[in-house]
Each structure stands twice: as C-alpha cells, then as structure tokens.
Design a protein around this ligand. Structure first.
Ligand code: WT7
Length: 675
C-alpha cells in the first residue's frame, strides 16, 4: 500500500495505456431488420423500472402458471425470480413451436469428416427424439425432477437432445466438456452426486475418431474412490447401430442408448410443470485451480434471460441460421447454442470438430453451404483462423449480418480482421462480456443502436448496471483512465442462484469484497463482484482487462497483460502473444512475452527486436519485455485459452504442475527445452 512520500497507488489501479479506438457504425441493412431498432429499450430497462423491466423477457416464454412476484430479494445475495410461476424449458424450446415450425430445422449437425452428410433435424424430429429419451431416463433409469445426472458428451446432436430430455422431467443436468479428462469428470460426478453418467462412444476431433468411452471408465473409478457410485452409464453411439470405441462395455453398468431407445418408440412424456426457481442445470466454471465451482442456474430466471438476450443482442429471428462455434460443454453453448436460440425457434448449427480441419477454409464453407447469417466465436478461434488462413474468407460466398466475439478481450488488430475479412465490412459485431456464473451477457453494444469500438465490450446490456470500484471501494467514474474491479450493482434473472452445495463460497467469492453489511436485506448492498479488471471510457463503454490477477507490477507500474499482448499483435508477423510476469530482484516483476508466428514466418533476432520496440513505442519503455520467446505454439486448454500459468512457470524456472488436461501438452516440453 501507500508509502509516506510516494504517490498512493491502489491495488486496483492498473495503468491504462490502451489507445482510444475509433467507432464503427452498424450497417443500415442490419438496423432495418433488427429486433431492437432504437434506444427506447434502454428507457424500459432503466434503473427506475428495475426489477419490473425483466417481465419483458419472461413474457417471451410460455408459462403454465403466471408468476406472482418478479424478484424476491428478501434474502440477499440469494435472489429468486418470477416467484409462483411454473414452466418447462423443453416445452419452451420445442413443443410450443410445433404448430408453426414443425418442419423447420432446429439443429443442423455438421460432422467433422467433410464427406459425411450434414444432418438437418426438424423441430418435429427433435420433439420425437427428446420425448423418447425422456421416457428412457424416467422408466429405465428411474430419474425424476430434482435428481442430478452428469453428461460427458461431445458436440453431437444427442447432447442437446439429452439436455432437453432432462429439462422435460426437471432432471438437473451437469454437462462436462468432452475434452476434459476422465478425472475431471469424476470430480464433477462426485460434486454433483450423480448416479447416472451419459456419454458417447466416440467423436471426431482433428481428423481422428477418438475413443471417448475410455474416459467413462476412469470417471466411474475415480468417483467411486471418492465415495460416489455410478449405477448406470448410458452410451450414445456416434454411428447409430455400431459401437465405435475400443474400450469394452462393463456388464450391468454400461448400456447403449441407441439399443434401449427401441423400447421407447413413439413414447410421449408430458413436460413437468416446474417452479421458476427450480434448478435447470449445473455448469462448472472453467477456473483451472481449486475445487470446481458449480454455478447453479434456475429454470425461470435463466430461460427468460437467455431468451431475451438472444433476441436483443444476438438479434435472432426464427428465419435465421445461427452458428455459435463454441462447445455446448461451456456456458456459451448452453445459453447461446441450445436454450436461447431454440426458445426463439431459430435453426442452430452444431459443428463437431476443429474449425481449422481439414483446412482453415472449413468454417466459411459451412457458412456458405448452410447460409449461416449469424456467427458467434471467440478471439482464440479468430486468432487461429487469422494466423493460418488470413485470406480464406474472401474465397467463399456467404453473408453474415451479425457476428459475436466472446470469452476474452479481443485485440483491436484482431477485431479489425474479424470485421474487414470475416464480416466483409457488412456484419455488425458484438463483443459480449459475461461469465459461467452470470448465465448470459453483461456488457455488449446493442447491435443496431450503439456504435462499435474495437477492444471494448460496450455498456451494460439492458437492465445491467456495472460499476467499477478501486480496492478501497471508491467508485472510479467513466473517463477516469483508471482501471479497477468491475461489479454489477443489481441482480438479474440470469445470475446463478448459488454455487452448488456451497452457499458460503458463493457469498465469499462473489460478494464479500464489496458488501459493507453482511446482515443487510437490501439488494443495493450486494454488488456482484465479477473478479475481472476493467476500465470505463468517457463514452461509458467498458473495456475488460481480464481476471484481476492478470496484472504485472513492474517497479510499481501496473501493466495489464492484455494490453501488452495487444500491442505485440500489431507486429504483422505475430499470430498470437502471451505475456507473463517473471520475478526480478530489482523491479519486482518484469514481463516476458511469448509469441507464435504466422505460417511461413521464420524466427529471428530482428523479429524479437521488432516485438520489443513495438511494446516500447506503443506502451512505453516500462513495458519492454525482459525476454521474447518465439514459440511454435502456445500451450492451450481444450477450450482454447492460452495457459499463461504454464508459460509463467517455465519462465520462472518453476514446476509447470499438471498439464495433462491441455490440448497440446507436447508444446510444453518443447518450450521448456528453450529455457
Ligand atoms: C471470463 C469468464 C462468457 C462465456 C465464455 C467464458 C473473460 C469473457 C469476455 C469479453 C473480455 C471476457 C472474463 C470473464 N471474458 N468474455 N468479451 N471480453 N473478457 O466464460 O469461462 O466463465 O470465463 O472470461 O475474464 O470473467 P467463463
């Protein structure tokens, strides 16, 4: 903290060196067709109208029984929405669309092998398959409302079918990302106390058919060691009628879903009429350390919020072909591949494999073939596609009206490639900032209303009131040039109800820091602490700097790692960049920068110097990296996040810890050998 004669530098006060970027206008053609064409919505969702404004989202759903109270905030921070109301998520995503849209495609499934035909599943077919699966879950597994079941399924249509079958009965699903190990799945089975695991025999990723069933055995063994016995493992076949894994079935425990379903032909299961505050699913946050935190999401609040934001921010109409390239194993996929788009009767694309397989033109061929007009992906995927196929989009004839970026801050340089090359200067872009815990978007521009600004998420979305505090709890106003900790002042329907089985942790991680009175029954005293650093420009737009620990303190000067990386990407040869803090006896910490190069570019001392000079000129001499590491690739999680922790361990000559869940552990060895 402060020294007597030194200028006081608060912990949250991160030096901000980003340059202000210019604005981009939303295209006129987009505005003409948008669901929200003007800013009246902001008035409707103003703080004076809170919480009643959220009725607008709840009214987008069908309710069996209307709610009597919009928000019950009598026991903060445990908020309950749409109290007294009853509904069913599966009914809202399927049944209610049948009169008008039964022959319309609900899901387009694109297998990774390009010679396999795309499957187009209509709303009627989805209805049939979800009913039959629900009957199986009820009658064969004996599952009922309030039970939990763990899913460890890849990107195949049977994943949303299984989720919606669970939702039909009120069974709480907990889907674990398929790229996660059997051990990670075991931890989540134990935490969720599931007796049933639903998985698949195999799936394609990067050109090979992976044996996925072997992870189920590891998961069940691991769970048993922790005292949780899995009674039944249900296995979907990637090729119905053919078992395509090498790992044998365990007798009495493992069952092939495709065989069992024959007994449930034409079964119909009435959707359960469930209370709004019953649990729809658990989703574990993607944190890489500590015990996984299961964000527990409600039916009524969550469904209202993802439906409303899909309509207003994603601008989904029933006519749209919408492709979110995320994995359904993450919250993005739950909210913005499955529940939001299907509640709006859109056609949602599910792609099985790697975006760059067999070549970086693949996404644009899919877009061309299916006439995708809304596209949604992450900066990681955009960087990868830019790195290996910068000129590919121009070769294909597709038209995006709307594009999303989500998951991490996007460097303005990468944003501009997305806009100019992928969007062909015709698509509006939304940079949506949110979290597993928040159910849906927190900050984004309204696509037809606000101007876009590269690198900035934008203002709070309708009904969300962010605020930035410094470490002492002082408000940092817009335009202060100072970064702090971003919080949301008010609760909203998409917010998780709690951390599964750990109310105390929910309070401690997300509220304790800025709650002044733990006894207060007034929601105003319970701002939600996002654990992200952010800065608000004079125009009110928020720029998210990432997790608050992604900050390097160089001789008392606080640098956001993201801004250094962003500057490095201005060097045209650089494909990806990652900055980590390295201990230094004099300066405390110094930055090391890891860069991977675009294809065909060779590493050289000149290039290292170019990166160093660019950081110095863009940010200042203080940002000069002590070392530039030119690497062949970055160590990444299966969801594509660069593992800065691993790079930092190598640069600091420490143990890298467990790297088995990485997508490419071999890169770690290679980088270690450079040290
Ligand atoms: C963390 C949440 C939200 C769904 C996918 C990730 C970072 C997310 C942005 C964005 C800058 C972003 C934040 C956040 N983040 N979106 N548009 N700009 N940073 O969900 O795995 O729960 O991660 O991702 O640090 O806290 P998640």
């Amino acid at each position: 903290m402060s020294e007597k004669n030194n200028e006081k530098v608060s912990e949250a006060q991160i030096a901000v060196h980003w340059k202000e970027e210019g604005y981009f206008e939303p295209p006129k053609e987009f505005i003409a067709q948008a669901n929200i064409k003007d800013d009246k919505v902001l008035k409707r969702f103003s703080m004076e109208n809170f919480p009643d404004c959220y009725k607008e989202y709840a009214d987008m759903l069908d309710w069996y029984k209307p709610y009597t109270k919009i928000l019950d905030s009598s026991n903060p921070p445990f908020f309950k929405w749409f109290i007294g109301g009853k509904l069913n998520a599966s009914y809202n995503c399927i049944d209610r669309h049948l009169p008008k849209y039964k022959n319309k495609t609900a899901l387009h499934f694109v297998p990774e092998p390009e010679n396999e035909p795309i499957q187009h599943i209509t709303y009627q077919e989805l209805y049939v398959r979800v009913n039959e699966m629900a009957a199986l879950l009820r009658d064969f597994c004996g599952l009922k409302a309030g039970d939990t079941v763990t899913l460890h399924m890849p990107m195949i249509p049977e994943l949303p079918i299984t989720m919606l079958a669970c939702a039909r009965l009120g069974i709480i699903h907990s889907q674990v990302f398929s790229g996660f190990s059997g051990k990670a799945c075991a931890d989540r089975i134990v935490d969720g106390k599931s007796k049933v695991l639903i998985t698949a025999d195999s799936y394609y990723r990067g050109g090979g058919l992976l044996d996925h069933k072997e992870k189920a055995d590891i998961a069940c063994d691991g769970a048993l060691k922790e005292g949780q016995k899995v009674d039944k493992v249900l296995i979907w076949q990637r090729y119905p009628g053919k078992y395509s894994a090498k790992t044998p079935l365990v007798k009495g425990r493992d069952f092939i879903v495709n065989d069992l379903l024959k007994d449930y032909k034409r079964a119909r299961v009435e959707p359960e009429q469930l209370p709004a505050d019953a649990t729809l699913f658990i989703m574990y946050s993607s944190g890489t350390t500590g015990k996984p935190k299961g964000a527990q999401h409600s039916i009524g609040g969550y469904m209202s919020y993802v439906t409303g934001t899909s309509k207003y921010i994603q601008d989904i109409h029933p006519e749209d072909v919408y492709w979110c390239m995320a994995d359904i194993g993450w919250i993005t996929g739950h909210s913005y591949i499955v529940y939001g788009p299907l509640a709006l009767a859109a056609s949602s694309v599910i792609y099985e494999g790697l975006p760059t397989h067999p070549d970086p033109g693949r996404p644009w061929r899919i877009a061309e073939e299916l006439d995708v007009n809304i596209f949604h992906t992450s900066p990681t995927a955009i960087r990868a596609l830019r790195r290996v196929g910068p000129d590919e989009p121009a070769k294909y004839d597709y038209f995006f009206k709307h594009m999303t970026t989500v998951g991490e801050p996007i460097e303005p340089e990468v944003w501009r490639w997305y806009y100019n090359v992928v969007g062909k200067k015709k698509a509006v872009i939304v940079d949506t900032w949110w979290q597993t815990e928040t159910g849906g978007f927190l900050c984004s521009t309204l696509p037809a209303v606000h101007k876009m600004k590269p690198g900035s998420a934008g203002p709070g979305v309708p009904g969300i009131y962010p605020i930035i505090y410094d470490d002492e709890g002082n408000i940092l106003p817009a335009g202060s040039g100072k970064a702090g900790n971003i919080c949301i002042q008010n609760p909203w329907p998409g917010l998780m109800m709690t951390i599964w089985g750990d109310d105390e942790r929910y309070v401690q991680v997300y509220y304790q820091r800025y709650n002044k009175d733990p006894k207060s029954k007034d929601w105003h005293d319970w701002p939600y602490f996002c654990n992200d650093g952010a800065v608000q420009a004079a125009d009110g737009y928020y720029r998210i700097l990432g997790r608050i620990d992604d900050v390097i303190n160089v001789a008392g000067h606080r640098l956001g790692t993201k801004e250094l990386e962003s500057a490095a990407l201005m060097v045209s040869e650089v494909g990806e960049a990652a900055v980590v803090p390295v201990a230094d006896p004099i300066k405390g910490k110094v930055p090391h920068i890891f860069v991977s190069l675009k294809p065909g570019v060779k590493a050289s001392a000149e290039l290292e110097k170019k990166v160093t000079d660019t950081l110095a000129s863009e940010i200042g001499p203080i940002a000069k990296p002590a070392k530039v590491w030119i690497v062949s690739d970055m160590p990444k999680t299966r969801s594509g996040k660069i593992m800065r922790r691993v790079l930092a361990a190598i640069a600091n000559k420490q143990d890298t810890g467990d790297i088995t869940t990485l997508a490419n552990p071999q890169v770690v060895e290679e980088i270690k050998n450079m040290a």
